[in-house]
Ligand binder design. Structure first.
Ligand code: SAM
Length: 549
């Protein structure tokens, strides 16, 4: 163990990390170079009210013409293909290549344009300010570095601290209550380059600066965005994590910064319309920042889920929608009707095909009722006897409904095991597998006459025990309806792949912030889509849940 004095501060690194070099930030020469504001343009035609020009007869005619163009393209391609084949047979490769180029080049370009024209007639979401703002300008500002901290130093300092009060993020980033010598000696020892950054500013300006001052386009592997939900536009916001009871539209509750609250309320001057513009602009920049195989998760409640889907379809393309995840956040019900107890996570990829390659499947443990539903409903008693769970009696021989009350079964029969039975036969003839197998004095046939076999060897040529022998020896054979089956115990792998139904965690535990996310949500997004060393971004990170994760 090194003595206290020998402890050196370093940075945590992941040996398997293969991230790109990150640009040095906040360096003085960067600030000297003034950058003009950047304009972002978007296609307003595909756009929330769902609108389409249903009243105009010219539209129907136009649609017919577009259909005609597309049909003609398809017919032309159909006629050219056999011609190309004929030319190739006749050794006329140059002409064949020329026609091939015509199909892949000019025809494909024309077809793409016609498809784009056709999509103009599909319903699109419109809102006040959308058409008026065909492009928007964002000032390109350098991001000044205020502090550089070493995570390891912070953790070492925290370990040494007396934990007589709860620590929050500001403590973690050394904003207060840290002895000066600690700050000087430890926190500033971080080497050049950076690992994590906490940036203060409007997300739009910050993202634009990341793009244009720091060349971060295409470098972010995952974006978790938990924006304001577009409800209660007169609301205050919670500027301090210590005070959580923020009331809607209550000026008494404005704490200390009325200008900040005014700016916040001005942002939503047109209510939902301003909200959609706010969201669309930021999503456009998110798209620029995402790596080709990157993913974005936007958390939203049911009030505006439908609009967020529309806007994201527009920005990322409907084809890049991955899945809608349901996240349970409260169990409580109040009010007259059924109340929603969940939020949604809308997952889009920058490019769904490429994102597939960086997707990591996650598993969660299965509950007892899940296991029963998955077929783990056969019981093995300590003496080796087996029975269907539905037929098992209580300890005194009285009837029970263990299938619906499996916890009671475990309580009353703690020494029993639950298992599922899986098939041991498959199709096809195999010499050492398409033979009968003796088990407990009975002979079992895998279905040799139908051309079937056991999944494992039943005989061997060198006299060693066969696969089926070994299964019998390991107590893994079960006699089902006149056929041998494989015994899979519920304890073998009591996990299932996670689906889009995330109901196992509620809101954040002991939240410091009124809209604090449960860290499990961010953790899952991160684990599914990134590897160590990848960059992630949370443009609306509030109390800092993402940084904590
Ligand atoms: C729903 S909360 C996110 C809470 C966060 N996930 C957490 O765990 O604390 C939305 C956050 O976005 C912030 N926000 C709203 N507009 C913003 C903007 N233009 N730039 C940066 N942050 C913004 C709000 O201050 C608020 O903290």
């Amino acid at each position: 163990m090194p003595g206290k004095r020998d402890r050196k501060t370093g940075s945590y690194t992941h040996p398997e990390a293969s991230a790109l070099l990150r640009p040095e930030v906040g360096a003085q020469p960067q600030f000297k170079k003034k950058r003009p504001p950047v304009s972002y343009r978007y296609d307003s035609s595909l756009s929330p009210a769902l609108e389409w020009d249903g009243q105009n007869p010219a539209r129907e005619q136009a649609e017919q013409h577009i259909r005609g163009i597309l049909d003609a393209f398809a017919a032309g391609r159909g006629r050219l293909r056999p011609l190309i084949a004929e030319l190739r047979d006749a050794g006329q490769d140059r002409l064949a290549n020329e026609l091939e180029g015509l199909i892949e080049g000019d025809l494909a370009t024309g077809e793409k344009a016609a498809v784009a024209l056709e999509s103009l007639s599909t319903p699109f979401l419109n809102w006040s300010g959308k058409a008026e703002r065909l492009s928007f300008e964002v000032p390109t500002l350098p991001l000044f570095v205020h502090e550089r901290l070493s995570t390891k130093a912070i953790l070492q300092t925290l370990k040494g601290h007396k934990r007589d009060r709860q620590l929050d993020l500001f403590d973690l980033f050394g904003e207060r209550d840290m002895a000066l010598h600690e700050k000087l000696l430890k926190a500033y020892e971080h080497a050049n380059g950076w690992t994590n950054r906490l940036i203060l500013g409007d997300s739009l300006v910050v993202m634009s600066s990341l793009l244009h001052y720091e060349s971060m386009a295409g470098q972010v592997q995952m974006i978790y965005m938990d924006p304001p939900y577009g409800v209660k536009f007169g609301s205050n916001f919670q500027p301090f994590v210590r005070k959580r009871d923020v009331k809607h539209n209550d000026d008494e509750d404005m704490t200390r910064e009325p200008e900040m609250v005014k700016a916040y309320r001005d942002t939503w001057e047109l209510g939902l319309h301003s909200y959609l513009t706010y969201l669309r602009d930021r999503l456009l920049l998110c798209r620029e920042l995402l790596a080709p195989s990157g993913s974005i998760f936007v958390q939203i409640s049911d009030e505006n889920l439908h609009h967020v889907r529309e806007v994201m379809d527009e920005v990322f393309g409907g084809e890049n929608f991955v899945v809608l995840i349901l996240v349970k956040k409260t169990g409580g019900q109040k009010g007259g009707f059924i109340q929603p107890v969940n939020d949604y996570l809308v997952w889009y990829a920058r490019d769904k095909v490429l994102a597939q390659g960086s997707f990591v499947r996650l598993f969660e443990s299965m509950s007892l009722p899940d296991l029963i539903a998955e077929g783990f409903n056969i019981v093995e008693f300590p003496n080796g006897d087996e029975a269907r769970l539905a037929d098992v009696k209580g300890p005194n021989g009285d009837s029970r409904d263990y299938e619906h009350f499996p916890e009671l079964f475990v309580q009353e029969h703690p020494d029993c095991k639950l298992f599922a039975s899986n098939p041991l036969t498959s199709g096809g003839f195999r010499k050492n597998q398409s033979v009968k197998f003796e088990f407990k004095g009975r002979s079992f046939d895998p279905g040799i006459a139908r051309g079937n076999c056991w999944k494992h060897t039943a005989v061997t040529e060198d006299g060693r025990s066969s696969g089926m022998d070994r299964l019998a020896h390991a107590n893994r054979l079960f006699v089902g309806k006149n056929q041998l089956r494989f015994k899979r115990y519920s304890t073998d792998f009591p996990f299932k792949t996670i689906s889009n139904w995330w109901d196992s965690f509620g809101g954040a535990s002991n939240p410091l912030y009124v809209v604090q996310t449960n860290e499990q949500i961010v953790r899952r997004c991160l684990l599914m889509t990134t590897k160590p060393g990848d960059l992630i971004l949370d443009p609306t990170y509030g109390s800092g849940t993402s940084a904590y994760v």
